[in-house]
Design a protein. Structure first.
Ligand code: WTA
Length: 600
């Protein structure tokens, strides 16, 4: 058995910006495959988005395009039509493969189904499904028609669904028999929702009712020919709801042309080559699943694995082994869970693995050291956000890794650490991580129906990420934390307001304040401070009831794992909950400026 790993060496160096980290040195000459990006500095100097557009965008003769054509149809011509695009394994172990040719036909059929049922360009069609091939067929089918695809995490319950479907004015939802009851509960309050499509995969009884459409039934009748919608680069393609500090989740909307940066990064950062077997473990309900589970790898014509089963070290190592995965894009919490498990990756044959990357939350150095020991390869940390639509600050196959650092800006992207006035701060000093908006090709095009929110991201010519960071003397960026109250739990972004709103719906609760509490495994957990009604017992039973309520009504992942009863929440004089103060007190930190605190 040949060792297919990329060789690295490690040197302990003096202090890098006082982190005392070691450097993982690369020797690309010893790599199994020549990296797609062979010289970071040179590429950074020479790269322009204009040139990338020419290389990656396939325009129709009239100068328009369609991201689904780029991702699917153009690979379905000639020899690559029979290339495997998708390798699927279901939760019960059934295996299916789909070629680019087959996906072209299926996505055309689905676009025809939508057309037949009155969906038009610009309409919002939401996908609420588990990780099954139909999810991708539906996604690319929606884009073919020129409608906007919204994706939803399958752990969402009716409150989370209500906010997203109402705000977006979704016309159609595609779901299955298991998830449909959550939609059914709120349908009467969603005036724009005309039809629900049920994907019949599985043996459960199918729901029946007015305005329900059955996927398989419709697909069998549909034509495999479809006149794909001709779109402009700026025309909207997909949307995702994401959380900030205040208010309900916001609809971040992206455009067809954004696929350029998805492809550039899949190639330069994830180093995906034509013959790679690539596995992105993110759910399509989150941005990583859309960009690196769909647009990027399909855009490059690669072969992707999708796995419906639950996370467990055995399941995941088996997928890596059985599909001979070469490139693996995953998240820190998963890595830490693997790390803490008694199941060793050494019990599996993972010798095809060649490149590992991670996203979503800080990747702690220990996880990188463990990866090196377990797989003989370092995990490459990548940083970006839903709003940015693709990776922007990152590590590269060819570049030395400084464990704990997010790496350097993508060629084409200008990033900096700035102060409140938009001035760059000196090396090593903490500040706001900001990017020049015109250099992020896949930057969101709008926040759905909320121009004020959209505008609030931009100041002094910068796009403000809301993250704090510092840069070392060699240009590596280091993540420090969020500048606001956004919570990252197991890599999933949760807005405290959404959880607080769900908590106060519970009959025992008067008020609630929610924070992210540091957690070794999950990065952060959601902690709620709750004021209960007089007479309610402040005991474990009550806590459990409240937790279960949020889990069952808001989302399976976004419930407080810890609850503390409090007599009164700290608030500003204008009535805003001071979550910062709750957090400082929780962590035993100085309370900072409390001059705006109401009498307490
Ligand atoms: C955090 C996920 C540290 C960060 C693609 C950011 C990270 C937010 C990293 C965006 C990383 C993402 N190191 N923190 N490598 N990657 N984050 O929109 O706070 O779900 O602002 O996008 O996740 O989360 P989102």
């Amino acid at each position: 058995m040949t060792d297919k790993r990329n060789l690295v060496t490690i040197t302990t160096i003096y202090q890098i910006m006082n982190t005392g980290a070691n450097i993982i040195h690369k020797d690309p000459k010893k790599f199994v495959k020549k990296p797609n990006l062979s010289d970071y500095e040179k590429t950074y100097k020479e790269f322009t988005w204009k040139k990338a557009e020419k290389e990656y965008l396939d325009f129709f003769e009239d100068g328009t395009l369609n991201a689904s054509y780029i991702a699917i149809d153009r690979h379905a011509i000639g020899k690559s039509a029979s290339k495997n695009a998708l390798l699927f394994e279901s939760a019960t172990g059934e295996k299916e493969t789909y070629t680019y040719g087959q996906l072209k036909d299926l996505t055309n059929k689905f676009a025809n189904v939508l057309d037949l049922h009155g969906v038009q360009k610009g309409d919002r069609v939401f996908i609420f499904l588990p990780t099954i091939p139909e999810r991708l067929v539906v996604f690319f089918g929606i884009l073919k028609l020129g409608a906007i695809a919204g994706t939803l995490f399958s752990a969402f319950m009716e409150m989370a669904l209500m906010d997203r479907l109402l705000d977006s004015g979704a016309k159609v939802v595609v779901t299955n028999a298991t998830l449909f009851p959550r939609i059914q509960k709120i349908w009467k309050d969603l005036p724009a929702l005309e039809k629900v499509i049920i994907v019949e995969r599985g043996s459960v009884d199918q729901p029946k009712g007015e305005n329900l459409i059955y996927y398989k039934h419709e697909m069998e009748k549909a034509s495999a020919d479809f006149a794909i919608a001709h779109m402009q680069k700026e025309d909207l393609s997909y949307m995702l709801y994401t959380s900030g500090t205040t208010g309900k989740p916001k609809g971040v909307v992206h455009a067809h042309g954004d696929i350029v940066q998805a492809m550039v990064t899949t190639k330069f950062v994830l180093d995906v080559h034509e013959d790679d077997i690539y596995w992105c473990t993110a759910d399509l309900g989150w941005v990583t699943g859309v960009v690196y589970g769909a647009l990027g790898p399909f855009g490059l014509g690669a072969t992707s694995v999708i796995f419906e089963g639950r996370f467990s070290p055995e399941n995941w190592y088996k997928v890596l082994q059985d599909y001979q995965v070469t490139v693996w894009y995953t998240a820190p919490t998963a890595i830490r869970m693997l790390m803490g498990s008694p199941v060793s990756p050494k019990e599996y044959n993972l010798s095809n693995l060649r490149f590992l990357a991670s996203v979503g939350e800080p990747l702690n150095p220990e996880a990188i050291w463990w990866g090196l020991e377990a797989f003989g390869l370092p995990f490459h940390d990548t940083w970006w956000q839903t709003e940015q639509g693709s990776i922007t600050v990152t590590n590269y196959s060819v570049m030395d890794v400084r464990p704990g650092s997010m790496g350097k800006p993508l060629p084409g992207v200008i990033a900096a650490v700035i102060d409140e006035d938009g001035k760059e701060v000196p090396v090593g000093e903490e500040g706001h991580l900001a990017l020049k908006p015109e250099t992020i090709y896949s930057l969101m095009k709008q926040i759905w129906g909320n121009k004020e929110k959209f505008d609030s991201y931009f100041r002094n010519g910068w796009y403000l990420s809301g993250d704090k960071a510092f840069k070392d003397k060699d240009g590596y960026f280091w993540f420090v934390g969020r500048a606001d109250d956004v919570i990252k739990t197991s890599g999933e972004r949760v807005g405290p307001f959404e959880v607080e709103s769900a908590l106060v719906e519970h009959e025992d609760v008067i008020e609630a304040g929610v924070i992210g509490k540091p957690d070794e495994l999950r990065g952060e957990i959601i902690k709620a401070f709750v004021v209960v009604k007089p007479g309610v017992e402040k005991n474990e039973e009550t806590k459990k009831r409240i937790m279960a309520y949020v889990k069952q009504h808001l989302a399976g992942h976004a419930y407080p794992r810890e609850i503390e009863f409090i007599d009164k929440l700290p608030k500003t004089r204008s009535g805003k909950i001071m979550r910062r103060l709750l957090k400082s007190r929780e962590l035993g930190l100085p309370e900072g400026d409390t001059s705006t605190l109401e009498d307490y």
